[in-house]
Design a protein around this ligand. Structure first.
Ligand code: AMP
Length: 286
């Protein structure tokens, strides 16, 4: 596995990996099975997996957890090596934005609602760093988790609007055995909070079962999620959006995904599940 810390090292190393074979997995590190599933998806598709680890300051608000975001470089590299990754790019902030950043990518509309409304500037930071990384890596495909549904839809729109020559490949949400979606931030939950956290996925699953049984009223599905949340979770939003373009289906739901966010002792939890007619609801098929 090649380790690059500078853009020039990255460019040189990429010379040995044909563009058509580059399957890019951007991450912020503190890696878990969710991240590794993206690497596996790239390898299963026949790509060489190329990974970045960069805690991107542009996507954190002034009162967010940039400083305490977990950094576990040694463990991350061991996991990536074992997973069969070809190359890892681990730049410093100065290397990524040597003169600071004055050019930004804004995906209007998609940047401002739900997660974007809670975290002003977040998606501008995500789109900007991804645009830069896509230029640096020139991958054929980029692998992203459905876990961050709004991010997937936003990046698909950016790639299409700005004609980036890559395909965005969304991958299923990886969960703990009890249903909690894996997240680098789960490590901040204490034992009691960890137990309460599972109510988020339980609520989403309830809504998915109701949909599978024929419930199409959006308000009813959303209420099922809200009502399932443990009292210690403060609901931030529950919504249904279409998977292709994050559009709002209106009062009657015809599929897509149901998503929710909640605050638990200062930890921001997000999750979503596909609304499908077949039972076994809530499990990502693709
Ligand atoms: P992050 O390091 O949080 O920026 O995430 C890097 C990538 O991993 C993003 O595409 C995430 O959507 C994805 N990811 C994070 N958690 C999960 C999960 N539990 N299942 C699948 N993908 C995930």
């Amino acid at each position: 596995m090649i380790l690059c810390r500078t853009v020039s090292e990255l460019r040189e190393a990429l010379g040995g990996i044909p563009r058509e074979e580059r399957g890019f997995v951007p991450t912020m590190g503190a890696l878990h099975r969710g991240h590794l599933s993206l690497v596996e998806a790239a390898l299963a598709r026949g790509d060489q997996a190329v990974v970045s680890i960069f805690v991107n300051p542009l996507q954190f608000g002034p009162n967010e957890d940039l400083d305490r975001y977990p950094r576990t470089e040694k463990e991350d590299l061991a996991l990536l090596r074992e997973a069969g990754v070809a190359l890892v790019f681990l730049p410093s902030v100065e290397e990524m934005f040597p003169q600071g950043a004055r050019s930004f990518v804004e995906v209007e509309g998609l940047s401002e609602e739900l997660e974007g409304a809670l975290r002003p500037g977040h998606f501008r930071g995500v789109a900007t760093v991804c645009a830069r990384l896509f230029h640096l890596f020139e991958p054929a495909r980029g692998y992203f988790g459905w876990k961050d549904m709004q991010q997937v839809c936003l990046l698909k729109k950016m790639v299409s609007d700005l004609a980036f020559p890559l395909e965005i490949v969304p991958c299923p949400v990886v969960r703990e055995e009890d249903g909690l979606a894996l997240s680098s931030r789960n490590r901040f939950l204490d034992a009691e909070q960890r137990v309460a956290a599972v109510s988020l996925s339980q609520g989403l699953r309830r809504a998915c079962f109701a949909f599978a049984q024929g419930e199409r009223r959006r308000a009813v599905l959303e209420t099922l999620v809200r009502d399932a949340l443990s009292p210690s979770l403060r609901c931030q939003y529950v919504a249904v959006r279409r998977s292709e373009d994050f559009s709002d289906p209106g009062e009657r739901v015809d599929g897509g995904r149901i998503l929710a966010a909640a605050l638990l002792g200062g930890v921001h939890l997000i999750d979503n599940m596909p609304l499908e007619e077949a039972p076994g609801a809530g499990i990502d098929a693709s």
